[in-house]
Write a protein that binds this ligand. Structure first.
Ligand code: HEC
Length: 222
């Protein structure tokens, strides 16, 4: 790993720890500290919380910051990969690094970051049944011209999850646009080779591409 990437990942790490702590402290009055055993038998501190408006707002603020930082890191890495070795190199870079960059934050065990899509490139990023419904409601709101807002939804394990739509920008079209128009033949062949199930093309600038899903694994809703 080159030092630039290491610095980027480390700075996300630090920021997340700081953001994670900030959101915990903001809601101490609603919570009690408990220690639980997780599935690997390791002690993990879980805070039991009441999902009231003040916690919801703090989690939205925290989620917004984490999503912005992660997007920035992915975009910087992507741009330097394109500059370094062109689009083909950048696709191979995404193939290897996209999930590890988002996962590196999860190692702090305070949040788990995912980028989800209904029309996915990597099947590991597919929305589940509940998330597909949520995404559908975002699309309907978007088609109706409404402003889309982040949401906090409790998952099956009781953890609050932050969701927020991801939009298609101009840079994204190189790999998620129309084949033959925005995506050249060589790029299309590389994508097809790495992702035989790819559904993530034919997007237009400004459309919805997917959603952030940031799980606050250290919190459990009472
Ligand atoms: C160089 C090509 C390239 C560019 C440019 C690119 N992506 Fe991707 N994108 C990929 C690849 C490859 C994956 C699959 C990564 C993986 O294996 O997790 C991906 C995955 C994603 C995912 C996760 C869901 C899924 O479909 O697997 C989202 C969301 C996404 N991209 C959004 C964007 C956005 C938004 C932009 C513009 C800011 C963008 N991408 C630019 C190649 C690219």
């Amino acid at each position: 790993m080159n030092s630039h990437k290491l610095v980027t990942i480390c700075s996300i790490f630090l920021s997340i720890i700081i953001i994670g702590c900030a959101s915990q402290n903001a809601n101490k009055e609603n919570s009690e500290q408990l220690t639980e055993n997780n599935s690997v038998g390791k002690n993990e501190t879980v805070e039991h919380v009441i999902l009231n408006d003040s916690l919801r707002n703090a989690l939205i603020e925290s989620g917004n910051k984490i999503a912005r930082l992660t997007a920035l890191s992915l975009q910087r890495s992507l741009q330097s990969a394109i500059k370094e070795g062109g689009l083909i190199h950048a696709i191979k870079f995404c193939n290897i690094e996209a999930i590890p960059i988002t996962d590196s934050v999860s190692e702090t065990e305070t949040v788990n970051i995912r980028r989800l899509a209904k029309k996915y490139r990597n099947p590991l990023n597919e929305t589940n049944a509940m998330e597909s419904e949520l995404y559908k409601s975002y699309i309907l709101e978007w088609l109706g011209g409404h402003e889309l807002k982040p949401k906090i939804i409790t998952d099956g394990n009781g953890h609050p999850v932050y969701y927020n739509p991801i939009y298609v920008g101009a840079l994204c079209l190189n790999c998620h646009g129309e084949v033959g128009k925005n995506i050249n033949e060589e790029t299309a062949a590389t994508i097809q080779n790495l992702y035989p199930e790819d559904k993530a093309t034919n997007f237009k600038q400004g459309q919805l591409r997917g959603m952030w899903a940031i799980t606050f694994t250290e919190l459990k809703v009472k």
